[in-house]
Design a protein around this ligand. Sequence first.
Ligand code: EPZ
Length: 421
Amino acid sequence: MDKLIIEGGAPLKGTVEVSGSKNSLLPILAATLLTRDKCVIKNAPDLRDTVSMLRLLRYLGSNYEFKDHRIVIKPNGSSEIEAPYKLVSTMRASFCVLGPLLARYGRAKVSLPGGCIIGVRPVDLHLKGLAKLGAKITIREGYAHAETKHLKGGHIYLGGPFGSSVLATGNVMMAAALARGTTIIESAACEPEVVDLARFLIKMGARIKGEGSPCIEITGVKELHGAEYEVIPDRIEAATLVMAAAITRGEVMVRGARAEHMTAVLEKLKDVGVNLKISKEGILVKKTARKFKPFDIVTLPYPGFPTDAQAQFMTLMSITEGISVITEKIYPDRFMHVAELNRMGAQIKREGPYAVVHGIKQLSAAPVMASDLRASAGLVLAGLVARGKTEVHRIYHLDRGYERLDFKLQRLGARIERARE
Ligand code: EPZ
């Protein structure tokens, strides 16, 4: 296992490229199961999660090549319909092979993903949506067993207790693409990654309208053909890089960032006093000596403030004098980073889905433990500004969703290095 050793105090300077979106790529890779043809996916980020999904697809009978952020993938004709626990349990997004397998082969056996550190993470909405398309689903020994003579379009309400579901919307949309008749998904997720998946399916010949709105209409077709597609830039990595520049009082061009995918985050950072200049090239974080102001956030489904940027924002607020309240409405337990930041001297109190942050002048270095992908990013940002050398342990969490973040930060002048545990 690796750890990161970060010596705080260096303002970041220069230009950094945003990688392709992990949360776009993963469902798009699952969608390649819907055709016998070859697909080419470009701007694919080189991540642990990318490799995990490709391994699952190989197990399910696809051959692939992954080089220079380009994936060429083609089913090899075998039709394995079981996604085993050992492959699905490492990455929840694997569950979105269920819809494509069901649509292609009429049956599927997919391990339930189980919970993870940020929450229970049920899949009831996925199962409800697929059942509405005519699938008969039973849960046995930790697996979802699904079968159908043929899927037929239906009117599906996919809203859950925490709002819409990104991957459930994707799972149902992929299955509906090959169902007979028309499907309406109400309370669909509006995330840019759902729009990206819809656009890839449309390039494969699917008939979809309303993607990006809470109501998506899919008219099933007989079959889908191969397609070539470039995934969007990763808006969460971009937000993380913008906040890294802001918290270190640096001046950084986050090249390739799509501001229109990040409105809630950018508006909030402007409220805080971060000096941003948006252009076609990306987002320029300009140096500012202005005192930042504390601000509250509530995480919500898109276009609200993304839960995946909550930990990073909390780190910024931990050294912003005053009081800010962070309300986590998507994963009420997503606060593993609070205890770790408090070990660095932060004054954060967690009360259920709320975290009350009393900003202090400066964090101090300490050995800390990464727990999930985005908490790890929050701890890296803390290390960039803490007095002394911070060690962030178990950074395999970070490598799941950030392409060589340590290297990108080093190139911007951060004193950060990777070492073996
Ligand atoms: C996607 O997960 C992202 N992952 C997550 O990013 C992100 O945090 C999440 O959306 C919310 O934006 C990928 O896209 C691979 P949800 P997903 O279904 O689709 C509840 C990261 O760091 N829910 O939108 O699994 C659920 O418990 C990861 O990159 C149900 O109740 O999340 C949560 O409270 C972490 N029943 C809320 O809905 C269900 O069947 C939103 O979850 C499904 C979800």
